[in-house]
Ligand binder design. Structure first.
Ligand code: CDP
Length: 223
């Protein structure tokens, strides 16, 4: 592949499979950017919470769709999410926002708005893009596609460790339930549900270290 050509590496997988950390490592190694599309749904969900709108109230959400202004910037190669012009990176990782993001992501109008933003962002520069519908819907023509997953109990353990790093103590059983509920939402929604694209490389990371996963992804990229 021509080194100067723009390319997209598309990565899908369920909640807590470690996609984000793997993708940001791969991006650093290749000198490209990492677009975390989950952050767009999280930012939209935060906008709903701020307006006091229930994330599953599709009628109310359709009415205010254009009143929530989201933009993505990259500063020092790091993705910054802006909600109405304010950097909200520090506010979109709470459990409340996770649950609201998962609920509003089933609404087709919300997805179309987020997908539009994601496609615009990845137009000018090569990127590794992670989400739930990247291989199947957002960038079906991407030259590289991966599906990264792990057992639900392992994903809950990893999420607990991530939270522990931030000083948050969590109940693993509860986390496992929340992750399973989000899997259910993602896999059963009508529009662009989470599924393995026919042409994606499946990587089950349950018994793999992060470095092993990064190396495995890199081994497929031929520039
Ligand atoms: O990091 P984690 O896997 O917990 O979630 P995330 O990737 O930040 O995504 C937050 C929520 O947005 C998920 O629960 C999905 O329901 C939704 N999402 C989606 O529907 N489509 C995407 N391309 C990315 C995220």
């Amino acid at each position: 592949m021509d080194k100067n050509k723009l390319y997209i590496i598309a990565v899908d997988g369920p909640a807590g499979a470690g996609k984000s950390t793997v993708c940001s490592d791969v991006a650093k190694k290749l000198g490209i950017l990492h677009l975390d599309t989950g952050a767009t749904y999280r930012t939209f969900a935060l906008g709903l919470i701020k307006k006091g709108i229930d994330a599953s109230d599709s009628d109310a959400i359709k009415n205010i769709l254009n009143d929530i202004n989201i933009s993505i910037e990259f500063e020092n190669n790091t993705q910054i999410m802006y909600l109405d012009g304010v950097n909200v990176n520090g506010m979109i990782r709470t459990n409340e926002v996770s649950a609201a993001a998962s609920a509003c992501a089933v609404i087709p109008e919300v997805r179309l708005k987020m997908v539009d933003l994601q496609r615009q962002t990845a137009q000018k520069i090569s990127m590794i893009v992670d989400g739930r519908d990247i291989c199947t819907y957002v960038f079906p023509d991407a030259p590289y596609k991966f599906y990264i997953t792990a057992d639900v109990s392992e994903r809950a353990k990893r999420r607990a460790a991530q939270l522990a790093e931030k000083g948050i103590v969590s109940d693993i059983e509860q986390l496992e339930k929340e992750i399973a509920a989000r899997d259910h939402n993602d896999m059963n929604r009508k529009m662009a549900p989470l599924r393995i694209a026919d042409d994606a490389v499946l990587i089950d990371t349950t018994h793999m270290t992060q470095k092993e996963v990064v190396d495995k992804v890199l081994s497929y990229i031929k520039l």
